[in-house]
Write a protein that binds this ligand. Structure first.
Ligand SMILES: NC(=O)c1ccc[n+]([C@@H]2O[C@H](COP(=O)([O-])OP(=O)(O)OC[C@H]3O[C@@H](n4cnc5c(N)ncnc54)[C@H](OP(=O)(O)O)[C@@H]3O)[C@@H](O)[C@H]2O)c1
Length: 223
């Protein structure tokens, strides 16, 4: 069971990742009173790379497995091509836990005329691949359709944007929706994890103005 307040009442949380997304999650979650552990592939290298960030924010660092054991829930914020490996390395400590999956299936090849290339096909998604590969997890796809700089209380003049949420576990989605609202977004339920087929491509659309004309300040809103 995932309590609806799992992500809004202070607890310990794992962040699998060390980059912009992981750090945006960490800052937003610490501001809510959570204790977080960020994780990379190598715990020592992660501690060294994030030393200043950890000193400033109070975040902890560790390996994927250490973070998985530390967190009552986890945020997945690694390169899409590495998502399965990261969850495998996290191991059984994640069993039964909510995993907020912010990844997108971006391929290593360069974008084509501003359009990111994906390693998934149209009728599948990385979110459902992860859910199928790790059935004991409660995977909820969210935060993958906007840049990390806008995750927490974005200041768009048009008011709250839509945060798309896909997943099979209703209570886990409710917990994510609670966090989404606290961070100033309107949750928009796109059903079971297959709904990620419709939201992962929105990252391609979100990034396109960035690649074409260096415009990275926008968000989606269902009206
Ligand atoms: N950037 C955004 O604004 C944004 C917004 C929404 C969603 N997303 C998605 O969120 C995820 C994280 O994005 P990001 O921009 O923060 O970071 P990123 O550059 O896409 O990924 C870096 C993270 O991936 C990990 N990783 C694991 N295996 C790796 C490998 N083989 N090669 C390279 N990195 C590996 C790195 O771990 P180490 O610490 O061990 O290097 C690091 O934590 C991505 O799936 C991205 O598509 C990004």
């Amino acid at each position: 069971m995932s309590s609806p307040t799992l992500l809004t009442a202070p607890t310990t949380l794992a962040i699998l990742g060390t980059g912009d997304v992981a750090q945006a999650f960490a800052r937003g979650l610490i501001a809510l009173g959570h204790t977080v552990m960020l994780a990379g592939r190598d715990a020592a290298a992660t501690a060294e790379r994030l030393a200043a960030f950890a000193a400033e924010t109070g975040a902890r660092t560790g390996s994927y497995a250490q973070a998985a054991a530390f967190g009552t829930a986890a945020f997945l914020a690694v390169k899409g091509t590495a998502a399965e490996d990261a969850l495998r390395a996290a191991g059984p400590a994640l069993d039964g836990k909510l995993v907020v999956d912010a990844t997108n299936p971006i391929a290593d090849e360069a974008p084509e005329h501003g359009v990111l290339r994906y390693f998934t096909a149209r009728n599948e998604s990385l979110g459902e691949r992860l859910q199928a590969a790790f059935p004991s997890l409660k995977v909820v796809k969210a935060f993958n359709t906007v840049g990390a700089a806008h995750f927490v209380r974005p200041s768009f003049a048009q008011g709250p944007g839509s945060m798309f949420i896909a997943g099979n576990d209703a209570e886990a989605k409710q917990a994510v929706a609670g966090l989404v609202e606290v961070w100033g977004w309107q949750p928009y339920d796109v059903g079971r994890i297959e709904g990620a087929r419709t939201t992962e491509p929105l990252c391609q659309l979100w990034c396109l103005p960035g690649f074409l004309r260096n415009d990275w300040v926008h968000a989606f809103k269902v009206i």
